[in-house]
Design a protein around this ligand. Structure first.
Ligand code: GUN
Length: 294
């Protein structure tokens, strides 16, 4: 069993970007700029945003956080997005999800300029992804693909089981694994909350992507010998032994599943770190699409 180490792969991606930014600065150019919009005080969202901004700083990107109150009216958020769309020196816009109930999430996502949509959630970018055209791939699926590529995991002709059909992970990763690409060409089955015989379906998986958000959902008796298991879950559970008061757990019971696998991602230290690295790559690409770099 081999660990797919998100720390190693994300560092390689960040080192490469850091060099590219240094090159830009040497040429007297500005650095790529990511603007993150955070509405309210959701603990997990605060942590994610802090981590995204810290990573921007590490590699020399410019970054801004736009903090808005939990009870903000939708039109105020719309005004904020429009302003960011128009700001020439902002390359990437990220609106951290989930948003409070009074705000229509889709309306907000649809307002983001698709050329700055580094989360890859705008329908124009989703459409491009479906057609196999260059676009911003949502950060978590993009991070998974970068990881498969780094470890040269052979996917062609394999049966991939994706558990979860969200716009942010399940659906885009199912499209990427299925597309004609050196790390695609899988036969893909997408399972969801209404799927029956989930265990039997998962047992057919050469590759299993668990993107459910339920701790311990994937058990050893669902995984065949030598499968590749990618755990996308990052759920906070109360843990009084931790200074923070919680620990992060995945969708997969690592202790019993890992011995059966050829490759597996740990939680933490797996896909979560790759999500951030992929977001940075998307931001760099947004910058180069919008600017002459030489
Ligand atoms: N909330 C959880 N994951 C994500 C993500 O990848 N992007 C955004 N914008 N919000 C999230």
């Amino acid at each position: 069993m081999h660990i797919l180490d998100g720390k190693v792969v994300s560092q390689a991606v960040k080192d490469d970007l850091k060099q590219k930014v240094a090159f830009l600065k040497e040429k007297g150019k500005r650095a790529p700029h990511l603007a993150a919009v955070l509405v309210g005080h959701n603990g997990a969202s605060e942590t994610y945003i802090a981590s995204k901004i810290k990573n921007c700083e590490e590699i020399g990107f410019a970054s801004s956080i736009i903090r808005l109150e939990e009870d903000i009216a939708e039109f105020e958020l719309i005004k904020t997005i429009k302003k960011l769309n128009e700001e020439d020196t902002i390359d990437g816009i990220l609106v951290q999800l989930p948003l409070p109930k009074q705000i229509n999430e889709q309306r907000i996502i649809h307002l983001i300029d698709p050329t700055k949509d580094v989360d890859g959630l705008h329908p124009i970018n989703t459409g491009k992804l479906v057609q196999g055209l260059p676009t911003f791939i949502p950060a978590t699926p993009y991070g998974i693909m970068l990881m498969l590529e780094h470890y040269n995991i052979q996917t062609s002709g394999k049966h991939a089981i994706v558990i979860g059909r969200s716009n942010i992970v399940g659906r885009p990763i199912s499209i990427l694994l299925n597309q004609s690409h050196p790390f695609g060409n899988c036969t893909v089955t997408v399972c969801h909350s209404k799927s029956i015989n989930l265990k039997e379906i998962c047992l057919q998986g050469d590759i299993v992507i668990a993107a459910v958000g339920i701790p311990g959902y994937v058990k050893a008796d669902m995984i065949k010998e030598n499968a590749v298991v990618i755990d996308v879950g990052i759920t906070r559970v109360k843990d009084d032994s931790k200074k923070s008061g919680f620990s992060i757990v995945g969708d997969v019971i690592f202790e019993t599943v890992a011995p059966k696998c050829s490759f597996i991602t740990p939680v933490p230290g797996g896909v979560g770190l790759m999500t951030i690295a992929a977001l940075l790559k998307n931001t760099y690409n947004a910058y180069t699409n919008r600017n002459e770099i030489l």
